[in-house]
Design a binder for this molecule. Structure first.
Ligand code: ZN
Length: 229
């Protein structure tokens, strides 16, 4: 999936009034570091980008958050698991799912796709394609574990919530979820996205990795590395 996106970018500090609209994402300098904020129907995120261990004087602190409103009903996640399990046991292939948000309700779609043992890709493109409209995107790793692969990192370059299901043909399937914001990523617990209880039977790999945030873009150059040489 080729998402060549050039988002409109806003910049502000927590001392300024938050820019109201017009930007796809806004970087915010706060007393405790740098955050990035974005909204689309169904999701609102304030993601950490760089936390500072020194106080930025004069600026209020921020707490990161993800709001999925409403959370996606548990029945949809069970449906995704059942279909992933069928695709795994019948053909040993991965499968891709999209969630669309329309008038505060979630709809599950299985888009047209090509599938094999290690990948699944949507075949439609353009602004009316399911892929373009999807706010949440989940794919299965069939019998493999749930993790974001280098292929996933290369594919998942838009602004949406991404998820992977793994070991789907077992009684202890795995799930990993993250918010992706133009290659800024933040692992989030599955229960922030789906309306599930804490003792839900899937293993949530996202929480095992802690509150991880990272970039799938190229790493920045280390400006101190050759400064005094
Ligand atoms: Zn994958």
């Amino acid at each position: 999936m080729n998402e060549t996106t050039k988002p409109l970018i806003g910049y502000a500090t927590t001392a300024d009034p938050l820019p109201s609209s017009g930007s796809a994402l806004t970087y915010l300098l706060a007393g405790n570091g740098i955050f990035v904020s974005a909204i689309r129907p169904g999701i609102q995120v304030l993601m950490p980008v760089g936390l500072s261990n020194q106080r930025i004087k004069g600026l209020p602190h921020l707490s990161p958050h993800l709001t999925v409103s409403p959370r996606i009903p548990k029945e949809f996640l069970l449906e995704v698991w059942r279909s992933s399990c069928n695709a795994c046991t019948e053909s040993n292939v991965e499968i891709l799912f999209h969630f669309h948000n329309q008038e505060d309700r979630w709809n599950l779609r299985v888009p047209e796709q090509t599938q094999n043992t290690t990948s699944c890709q949507p075949t439609e493109s353009g602004s009316h394609a399911s892929h373009h409209q999807a706010v949440v995107e989940i794919h299965s790793h069939a019998s493999m574990s749930a993790f974001f692969s280098s292929t996933d990192n290369a594919d998942e370059t838009g602004f949406r919530i991404y998820g992977v299901l793994g070991r789907v043909n077992t009684t202890k399937p795995e799930i990993q979820m993250r918010v992706g914001l133009f290659q800024h990523c933040w692992n989030v617990p599955a229960k922030t996205v789906f309306d599930i209880e804490s003792d839900f039977f899937m293993t949530d790999v996202s929480v095992l990795s802690g509150c991880q945030f990272y970039s799938t873009d190229l790493p920045p150059a280390n400006v101190l590395e050759s400064l005094w040489n």
